[in-house]
Design a protein around this ligand. Structure first.
Ligand SMILES: Cc1cc2nc3c(=O)[nH]c(=O)nc-3n(C[C@H](O)[C@H](O)[C@H](O)COP(=O)(O)O)c2cc1C
Length: 166
C-alpha cells in the first residue's frame, strides 16, 4: 500500500526515500526533535498477518502524531524511521511468524518528523492454533540501552546501504 510522501516540516529536516518490503516507497523528513515516552503509559497496537494496523490504543495514537483513522488500515511501516536498519524488522518478523515473542528497541517516526524511542514486545495472536495477527506493547526504554544501540543501528544501516550500492 502506497503511503503519501511527507511534506517538509521544518527547513532543517533531513529528507530520505524509504523503500518498504512490499515494494512501495515514500519520501520522509526526519528532525532531531525527540519526544519522550509518556510516563506510566503502555503503547499498544495490533496488526493483521501482513502488518496492517487493526488496533491502536490512545497512547499509540497520541505519540504517533497521527489521528486514529489515519493509522487503522495502514501498514505499520508508517512509523518506520530512516535511522532504523531493516535487519531489526526482519528479526521481528522472523520471530513472530514462527510463533515466538520478540523484544527490541525501536526508533519511530512521528507524523511531524520528530521521533520517539520505545522498548517493544511483539507477540503473535494465536486463534484456534493458528497465528491470526500480531500485537506489540511498548514500554519506556532505557536511555543507557538506547545510547548503546545508536552506534550499532548506525553500523547495520551503513552495511545495508553498502550492500545496495555494490
Ligand atoms: C505487531 C507489530 C508491531 C510493529 N511495530 C512497529 C513499529 O512500532 N515501528 C516500525 O517501524 N515497525 C513496526 N513493525 C514492523 C513493520 O511492520 C515493518 O516491518 C517495518 O516498519 C519496516 O518496514 P518494511 O518491512 O515494510 O520495510 C511492527 C510489526 C508488527 C507485526
Amino acid at each position: 500500500m502506497r503511503l503519501p510522501d511527507m511534506t517538509r516540516p521544518t527547513a532543517d529536516a533531513v529528507e530520505s526515500r524509504l523503500t518498504y518490503t512490499d515494494g512501495a516507497s515514500r519520501t520522509v523528513f526526519a528532525t532531531e526533535v525527540e519526544v519522550p515516552f509518556p510516563e506510566g503509559r503502555l503503547i499498544v497496537s495490533r496488526t493483521d498477518l501482513d502488518g496492517i494496523i487493526t488496533h491502536a490504543n490512545d497512547a499509540f495514537v497520541e505519540l504517533s502524531g497521527w489521528v486514529r483513522d489515519e493509522l487503522i488500515g495502514k501498514p505499520h511501516h508508517i512509523l518506520r524511521h530512516p535511522d532504523m536498519p531493516k535487519v531489526a524488522f526482519k528479526d521481528l518478523w522472523n520471530t513472530v511468524s514462527e510463533g515466538k515473542k520478540w523484544h527490541g528497541y525501536v526508533k519511530n517516526l512521528r507524523k511531524d518528523g520528530s521521533y520517539y524511542w520505545v522498548y517493544a514486545t511483539a507477540v503473535p495472536n494465536i486463534r484456534n492454533g493458528q497465528i491470526a495477527g500480531y500485537t506489540s506493547v511498548r514500554r519506556k526504554p532505557s536511555r543507557t540501552r538506547i545510547d548503546e544501540l545508536i552506534p550499532v543501528y548506525r553500523q547495520w544501516l551503513e552495511q545495508e546501504k553498502e550492500k545496495i550500492a555494490s
